[in-house]
Design a protein around this ligand. Structure first.
Ligand SMILES: NCc1[nH]cc(CCC(=O)O)c1CC(=O)O
Length: 295
């Protein structure tokens, strides 16, 4: 029996069930175990204010105490500097990496005006502010349903959510207007990650069988860039890496908000799909280039 740990939100349960299905298809028996995390308990603060690993901490402990064998996370919620006893054993193929801006069906989106946008993400706030200086921001936390309800009630003129979350929850947006935002996503946005104990060779072998190599390479590159730049979820940092399997080229674009402006750096490297060293090299190069701009 494989014990799968997850948070209890609808999105988290969908993600855990998706991993469970893949494992069941390989012939394993699975059990889902729900844990509440700090990020689920504190809803009146920005994530950047609560701390690092707020969505993983309780599941990390459960893994280390051998209460569960694997933990399923949204990869973008896993800190780059995380826990030396744990590792990401597999990622699933990336869904959409886009952020959506969603607003009232009967209104126009006037981003050049002083409208109020609901988002608590420092990246979304900074990147939008750089493009639309008049926009005001208001705290928005809670699960996806709650956020849409608050928009409907008129607490915000618009809100920002990840398209992956909307797709996974099968949410019908026909009551709203929405479009994709042209901002660099969070590192590993749209990716489901499966964590395990670093010394658990049996589970590691199993997870290798469900790992999506292209997504793993891209996420490693994006997360290395963030780690090199420093700061985690409290810095306005975005990164998007794409591996072209035909041409065998890995590209990376990273963006930071610095002194009121957006700064971009990008690069590419020729490599095989399992060449993790090359992904790290590219991530470090681009992360460092952005960091040097600060000084
Ligand atoms: N921090 C919250 C969070 N973590 C992962 C997702 C959605 C799935 C994903 O984008 O990977 C969300 C919701 C959102 O950003 O709208």
């Amino acid at each position: 029996m494989l014990r799968i740990g997850t948070r209890g939100s609808k999105l988290a349960l969908y993600q855990a069930n998706k991993v469970a299905e893949l494992l069941k298809n390989l012939g394993y028996e699975v059990e889902i175990i729900i844990k509440k995390t700090t990020g689920d308990k504190i809803l009146n603060k920005k994530l950047s204010e609560i701390g690092i690993g707020v969505f993983t901490k309780e599941l990390d402990l459960a893994l280390m105490n051998n209460e569960i064998d694997i933990a399923v996370h949204s990869f973008k919620d896993v800190p780059t500097i995380w826990n030396e006893n744990l590792m990401i054993g597999a990622v699933l193929e990336r869904d959409s990496y886009y952020d959506l801006i969603i607003w009232d069906k009967n209104k126009d989106l006037e981003l050049d005006k002083e409208i109020t946008v609901g988002t608590s993400s420092i990246r979304r706030r900074s990147f939008l502010k750089a493009m639309y200086p008049n926009v005001k921001f208001k705290l928005l936390r809670g699960n996806v349903d709650t956020r849409l309800k608050k928009l409907k009630e008129g607490q915000y003129d618009a809100i920002v959510l990840s398209e992956a979350g909307i797709i996974r929850l099968n949410i019908d947006l026909s009551d709203f207007n929405y479009r994709r935002l042209d901002i660099t996503p969070s590192p590993a946005q749209g990716v489901i990650a499966v964590a395990c104990r670093r010394d658990d060779n049996k589970i590691k072998k199993i997870l290798e069988r469900i790992n999506h190599k292209k997504t793993f390479l891209e996420c490693l590159c994006e997360r290395t860039a963030l780690n090199e730049f420093g700061g985690g979820c409290s810095v306005p940092f975005g990164a998007l890496s794409i591996y072209d399997e035909d041409k065998k080229i890995l590209t990376l674009k990273a963006t930071v908000f610095l002194n009121g402006k957006l700064k971009h750096a990008s690069g590419k490297i020729n490599c095989e799909i399992d060449d993790l060293d090359s992904a790290i090299t590219l991530g470090k190069t681009i992360g460092k280039r952005l960091k040097d701009l600060e000084n």
